[in-house]
Design a protein around this ligand. Structure first.
Ligand SMILES: *[C@@H]1O[C@H](CO)[C@@H](O)[C@H](O)[C@H]1NC(C)=O
Ligand SMILES: *[C@@H]1O[C@H](CO)[C@@H](O)[C@H](O)[C@H]1NC(C)=O
Ligand SMILES: *[C@@H]1O[C@H](CO)[C@@H](O)[C@H](O)[C@H]1NC(C)=O
Ligand SMILES: *[C@@H]1O[C@H](CO)[C@@H](O)[C@H](O)[C@H]1NC(C)=O
Ligand SMILES: *[C@@H]1O[C@H](CO)[C@@H](O)[C@H](O)[C@H]1NC(C)=O
Length: 188
């Protein structure tokens, strides 16, 4: 009971800040709860825009959160098994329009890359990179929230859904907040 009240309080206080809205990005579900515990999953379900530092902070007081199994540095801990209904079929050279919703600004950097989920490493060079992203000093340029990426040939590594994700990563050292959003795909 206590933990539920705590979770609601966090959900109300925390304003989330960024997510991919198209194509459909990973979201939380039962598989995440099994890996990341109840509170961290509840928090992300009620506030899917949130940052990973907040998840670590919430998780640190929870018995069912183990940072070794719930790796929030990959897709915020969101799990493939909760997202099997949203698998994109990409081809090499395909131009994919990406839409991001930013609810607040925190000056940082951002990129989109293809990440091998088993090792949590980038397997392509960055598909796009923003050296200054969501700056508090300016309006947000439209090309930071609507842009194209061109998918490289990753058919040897990414021919099975779940093996790879397209990950958008926005890191603000100014606020110590890191945001991710992931698209599941396969390339055969
Ligand atoms: C950033 O957040 C992490 C996770 O909450 C924390 O461990 C770290 O000390 C913070 N770093 C700074 C510079 O505030
Ligand atoms: C990808 O291909 C599979 C198998 O042909 C299909 O079931 C699925 O709907 C496709 N996904 C999308 C997003 O079109
Ligand atoms: C790009 O994003 C990845 C996470 O997806 C991160 O590990 C990497 O450091 C970022 N690259 C740069 C140059 O910021
Ligand atoms: C976005 O547009 C600005 C001009 O408004 C340009 O300087 C910048 O290079 C563009 N960024 C990308 C990643 O295309
Ligand atoms: C993305 O590419 C398509 C053509 O492949 C183009 O029509 C569209 O304007 C591009 N979008 C952006 C935001 O650059």
């Amino acid at each position: 009971m206590h933990s539920q009240i705590l979770s609601l309080a966090f959900a109300t206080l925390a304003v989330g800040h960024g997510i991919i809205t198209s194509p459909t990005a990973r979201s939380a579900g039962a598989a995440m709860e099994a890996v990341c515990g109840q509170q961290v999953t509840n928090n992300l379900q009620s506030n899917e825009y949130g940052d990973i530092q907040q998840l670590i902070q919430i998780g640190s007081s929870q018995q069912d959160f183990d940072p070794a199994s719930c790796d929030v540095s990959l897709c915020k801990g969101l799990q493939f098994d909760d997202n099997t209904a949203n698998i994109q079929n990409f081809t090499a050279g395909q131009v994919v329009p990406i839409k991001i919703d930013l609810q607040a600004k925190h000056t940082g950097t951002a990129n989109v890359s293809i990440v091998d989920t088993a090792s949590n490493t980038m397997i392509s060079k960055q598909l796009i990179y923003f050296p200054v992203y969501a700056s508090t000093a300016t309006d947000i340029p439209k090309n930071q929230t609507q842009f194209n990426i061109t998918i490289p040939d990753v058919s040897s590594q990414c021919n099975t859904a779940g093996a790879c994700v397209v990950q958008w990563w926005w890191d603000s050292r100014e606020s110590n907040q890191t945001y991710m959003s992931c698209i599941d795909f396969s390339m055969t």
